[in-house]
Design a protein around this ligand. Structure first.
Ligand code: ATP
Ligand code: MG
Length: 482
């Protein structure tokens, strides 16, 4: 099962149906295998290993679809099974789903139905390799996609602080979703029907920033032909996002602090004090602690902003979210570009998980769009990915001591970074590998027994082995470390 195409096993006793399905699925980018009944299907799965999806007829002589489903959910529970049922036989369709079928299709079926269900099955299995979540949409709150612990924490913070007046400072690398979170905080607050105003402090020339924030009166400076409210006034009763707040010039920082603290200010050239009710959210990709130390950022302003800190996790530290994010963007660009790409193959996702993503989710979004534009097939394959991602894993920094092959493997998987979190992860992976290898040796390579020894479910062990890229087929198990 190493081919780049997703694999499907079609099981039907009618040769013509097998042929039609084979042709449809082949054209849609699947590698298709067929079987005439449940027994043959089971033999094929046992020989070739798991398929990405099995599509089976319900009624067949010998071992029928239901028996096949039972046998598969026993031993290959990770394979999604799609049941084809006779028109009107809702009862057996429901029974099949209860037994664990991924979905069912009634006869007579249309091409699009089959492809939709098959594609959905493949993508769902892909996403659930890390977390059992059905689709990108189901794992997105506030438009923020993800199912990693980091994203769960983020949801929790948003829930807790959205509808409070507290000032929030969102920090994180470029493209990690700071603005997205700021919008979520606004939309989840009782200010949601009032304005959300963003001001990009990095983009405004220094001599204009005061008037941009606080407005000006007519004649206040050359070019001020009319009086004009600033962003603080526009955001009245709503939320003001001070984006790239680290770039605000030092001379403006004291005025900003006063405006935030007192909720009042004067327009440039004005004498009237204006009072506003604004919720402040600030965002930055700079290291403000360093800016404070180096005298570029006022410490008092920092503490005033940093009431609730939210630190965005870089994408490379939550690579488990990549499959979901890719799926999310595929759906979005299918709509926008009027395409019908089914998804990225597991091989492609695997490579993407090892890349460092310096531009984080924005970069991922661009990569998905670009590869979809240049992809002629239905699936985006590993070789459709840009060079930096295909070669990224080898680009890692040179290690400063001789790594064992396991360590090298673990480092390659994390994209070669050497910080603490990743060091811990790579150590944990080493331990897991060793324990699994020992358990397999103990049990003569029997996965079910090894799973018991380790206190895991059979499926859990298989998923773990896949994650650690330990071979499943050999019974005299030596881990694959190169
Ligand atoms: N978890 C997520 N789920 C879905 N889309 C996301 C997620 N995080 C970020 N994005 C998308 O990625 C892009 C970049 O996000 P955003 O503009 O919020 O990042 P940022 O941290 O403000 O970046 P910068 O520092 O460059 O301003 C946006 O298109 C955003 O919608
Ligand atoms: Mg931003």
């Amino acid at each position: 099962m190493t081919g780049a195409e997703p694999t499907v096993l079609v099981v039907d006793d009618e040769r013509n149906i097998r042929r039609v399905l084979r042709a449809m699925l082949k054209r849609a980018g699947y590698e298709v295998t067929t079987a005439a009944d449940g027994n043959e299907a089971l033999n094929i799965v046992e020989e070739d290993g798991p398929f990405d999806v099995v599509i089976t007829d319900l009624k067949m002589p010998g071992m029928d679809g239901m028996d096949l489903l039972r046998a598969l959910s026993d031993r290959f529970s990770e394979i999604p099974v799609v049941m084809i049922t006779a028109h009107g036989s809702v009862g057996s369709a429901v029974e099949a789903v209860k037994l664990g079928a991924f979905d069912y299709i009634e006869k007579p079926f249309e091409r699009d139905q089959i492809l939709q269900v098959a594609n959905k099955a493949v993508r769902t299995a892909e996403a659930s390799q890390t977390h059992a979540r059905p689709s990108a949409a189901a794992s997105a709150r506030f438009g923020i996609v993800g199912s990693s612990a980091a994203i769960d924490d983020l949801y929790a913070v948003i829930d807790r602080v959205a509808d409070t007046p507290s000032t929030i400072l969102i920090s994180g690398e470029s493209g990690t979703g700071k603005e997205l979170v700021a919008k979520a905080l606004h939309v989840e607050s009782s200010r949601k029907d009032k304005p959300f105003i963003r001001v990009n402090c990095a983009a405004i020339p220094h001599d204009l920033i005061e008037s941009e924030l606080f407005g000006h009166e007519k004649g206040a400076f050359t070019g001020a032909v009319n009086s004009k409210p600033g962003r603080f006034e526009l955001a009245h009763e709503g939320t003001l996002l001070l984006d790239e707040v680290g770039d605000i010039p030092f001379h403006m920082q004291a005025k900003l602090l006063r405006a935030i603290q007192e909720s009042e200010f004067e327009r440039v050239g004005g004498i009237r004090t204006i009072k506003v009710n604004v919720r402040i959210i600030a965002a930055t990709n700079r290291d403000l602690h360093r800016d404070i130390e180096e005298g570029r950022f006022r410490e008092d302003l920092f503490y005033r902003l940093n009431v609730v800190p939210i630190a965005m996790t870089p994408l490379r530290e939550r690579s488990d979210d990549i499959a979901l994010l890719v799926q999310h963007f595929v759906e979005r660009f299918n709509e926008r570009l009027n395409r019908s790409i089914a998804g990225f193959t597991p091989d492609a996702i695997e490579l993407m998980k090892r890349y460092r993503w310096p531009g984080n989710i924005r970069e991922l979004e661009n990569v998905v769009e670009r590869t979809m534009l240049f992809c002629d097939g239905v699936w985006v394959h590993a070789n459709n990915l840009p060079d930096e991602i295909r070669l990224g894993a080898e680009d890692s920094q040179p290690p400063d001591h001789d790594l064992t092959s396991e360590e090298a493997d673990a480092v390659a998987q994390t994209g070669g970074a050497t910080d603490l979190k990743q060091a811990v992860r790579s150590e944990a992976q080493k331990v897991a590998r060793r324990m699994i290898t020992q358990a397999l040796q103990q049990t003569g390579g029997n996965i079910t027994q090894a799973a018991k020894v380790l206190g895991l479910s059979r499926k859990g062990l298989q998923v773990k082995m896949k994650e650690l890229r330990l071979r499943q087929d050999s019974s005299q198990d030596t881990p694959e470390t190169e």
